[in-house]
Design a protein around this ligand. Structure first.
Ligand code: SF4
Ligand code: SF4
Length: 285
């Protein structure tokens, strides 16, 4: 891929103009290398179709990825953006993720390829990733290890060591700091930071994350309201006022997205019309 300065206006998640673009999510993987206490990313049963980031009915095989890309191009005229954001963390499913990105580059070369990760295994995969993607999102919910201990309770290192409790939280923060440092040196990548706002837990950390990302040359931040789930299923989500205040604080440092649709992992946005991908997969060539 020849180096090109990234242009946020070519990406629906940065402009909020979803109707202008064709964006396809490819559900790949399933494994995660950390555990966020609120997480409900993962597979669900037929008939359950809650709108929840990272949710999907199932994952795709390589043949299905190719067929889906061809059918989406035929149905929508083109594919502008292909995103991989779960279920699980794409870097914890590296073989599947790399295959999906390579198939996309061959089948829909016009599409910008995007990946969303928690960043803890970024260092290991960054050199290869840089050849395969145009934009990267990293979710950083705090840079404070004490806060992190309320959000995460488990992590797995690249060597397979399982960390738990505060040790896991500290390691996650260290690895995400390292990821931000590495990304600061990548001017040709479009970069966004996600922050899940958990009231009474991390609202005071939003500005530090925003500032740190701005210093690392990030182009935008997405402050996402907690969707109570997992162990935090009884935790309250932020009020509109809390969300707006957190976004205002982040906006002191970098542009803040206010029109994120919190997509599932198996959705196609065809010129503004969202639909699940599964019917499209059934259509013949
Ligand atoms: Fe869930 Fe994402 Fe956290 Fe993994 S990183 S536990 S998939 S929210
Ligand atoms: Fe864009 Fe938000 Fe959907 Fe991600 S979840 S693709 S940022 S609209």
């Amino acid at each position: 891929m020849s180096p090109e300065r990234p242009d946020p206006s070519e990406h629906p998640c940065y402009t909020g103009e979803h109707a202008k673009f064709v964006k396809l999510h490819l559900p790949i993987g399933g494994r995660c290398n950390i555990h966020c206490r609120f997480c409900e990313s993962g597979l669900e049963h037929e008939g359950q179709t809650a709108d929840y980031p990272g949710r999907t009915l199932r994952t795709l095989t390589p043949d299905e990825i190719e067929r889906l890309l061809r059918n989406a191009r035929r149905e929508c005229g083109r594919v502008d953006v292909v995103g991989i954001a779960g279920p699980g963390d794409p870097l914890a499913n590296w073989k599947e993720t790399r295959t999906a990105l390579e198939i996309t580059a061959e089948t829909a070369p016009e599409a910008k390829r995007c990946l969303s990760t928690n960043g803890v295994w970024l260092e290991r995969h960054l050199p290869e990733l840089l050849r395969l993607i145009h934009s990267l999102t990293i979710t950083v919910n705090t840079l404070n290890p004490d806060t992190a201990a309320h959000i995460y309770d488990r992590a797995v290192t690249e060597d397979g060591e399982v960390l738990t409790g505060p040790e896991a939280a500290r390691w996650i923060v260290e690895r995400q700091e390292r990821a931000l440092d590495l990304l600061a040196d990548e001017p040709y990548l479009l970069k966004k930071v996600n922050f899940v706002l958990i009231p009474d837990v991390n609202e005071d950390d939003v500005e530090e994350v925003a500032k740190r990302a701005a210093d690392a040359g990030f182009h935008a931040m997405n402050v996402i309201p907690l969707r109570p789930g997992g162990e935090l299923k009884d935790h309250r989500p932020p009020t509109c006022r809390e969300l707006s205040r957190a976004r205002d604080r982040a906006e002191r440092h970098l542009p803040v997205m206010r029109r994120c649709q919190q997509c599932r992992a198996d959705v196609l946005h065809c010129h503004g019309r969202p639909r699940l991908i599964w019917d499209l997969l059934e259509e013949g060539d």
